[in-house]
Design a protein around this ligand. Sequence first.
Ligand code: G6P
Length: 490
Amino acid sequence: KQEGRPLRQRQRLLVVANRLPVSAVRRGEDSWSLDVSAGGLVSALLGVKEFEAKWIGWAGVNVPDEIGQKALTKALAEKRCIPVFLDEEIVDQYYNGYCNNILWPLFHYLGLPQEEQLATTRSFQSQFAAYKKANQMFADVVNEHYLEGDVVWCHDYHLMFLPKFLKDYNSKMKVGWFLHTPFPSSEIHRTLPSRSELLRSVLAADLIGFHTYDYARHFVSACTRILGLEGTPEGVEDQGRLTRVAAFPIGIDSERFIRALEVPQVQEHIREFKERFAGRKVMLGVDRLDMIKGIPQKILAFEKFLEENPSWRDKVVLLQIAVPTRTDVPEYQKLTSQVHEIVGRINGRFGTLTAVPIHHLDRSLDFHALCALYAVTDVALVTSLRDGMNLVSYEFVACQDAKKGVLILSEFAGAAQSLGAGANLVNPWNITEEWAETFVSELNDTVVEAQIRTRQVPPPLPNKEAIERYSKASNRLIILGFNATLTEPV
Ligand code: G6P
């Protein structure tokens, strides 16, 4: 009966990620409100609408009571989301601990935490045990909702055991795993005590995806060097079984941003911002307040620039939007204080009675204000120390329609591989010389030249045909989202 129907009506997609695309806030015993979650993974996947997709994940909140759980499950069902309930202990050990204190810094080349950092969130072993347990809880929920023929698409470093646990339940399940962070050099990965177990678990998937070819290559090297398996051009082979490994760079729906620029509310914001910053060049940073984003380095480079270029002091403003994230992890708390301290010092040093050089906001902006800000920006600073892809750089380029600004982009962001030709690439660690020089040259740049460079919007990334090609090649395993059309929340 299903034969004649288009593929998307036949096949359900179960997206499994640690975080649901909506975060829940409790309003009463059995009432909840839902807000869109922050972060690249969510931005990238919100558009998976082509197929009948359901999203399984954590709603970002502890719900110990049954009444609350039932009500939240119902509210989420309307958004086609299915919750995994994680208690406080698990969140502390699995999410704050193993995911964000161990895997996240390691995958971004920041190394493993020192012993005393581990001590604050208990030992490595108990975090690892909690990580495994949480992955099992995700697997249980997937298994409960799985219908034959579904494709299960697992996401990110939080769920490296999931492919294995799912295959243990049902070896016929089609399972994909996609990493939204860099996969580091095998020399970095091999420092991780649980290196082999994690690799083997991920390899249980049918298809493994990364943002860039380099990350895919690092992963294959880790499998060959650490596990002694054979790497082939297609992926990794273990006793005759091939796991396909490939790069699928994520993109954005640039049309959505371009269309937003026509919305009256956005036009109004643009007018306001232009008036507010008249006579000054606008530099902009939009990041989660995360150590990988290199916010202190960026602000220190700006300080250096002001120090060495007094004539620019009242002619430029840096707007830094820093969205709070993982606020229970001590490293993030330290970072917040550090950034506040530096911003305070610079504003004290270079501010006047009527203007400060840095406007720093510890919160996110709504979509319309953000688009307007991108539109009025002269120089966007995306200067992550490491970043899987970084979609802020794409969003900025998409909004640079009327005004032609420039993008200063870290060479360590995945986006550098696609936007490299149109952006000014920098080493974000090199605060001393390169940056200050880059600032000066970008600010002095003629509009025309900047125009040419910034308008080089990245070519459309793999499209629907590519997806279908992969789906056929991997026995109808469909991994969407490489160029997922972003639309409204699921
Ligand atoms: C990155 C990760 C995502 C994560 C997001 C926000 O983009 O790759 O998996 O969801 O950051 O972080 P959070 O810890 O708040 O989910």
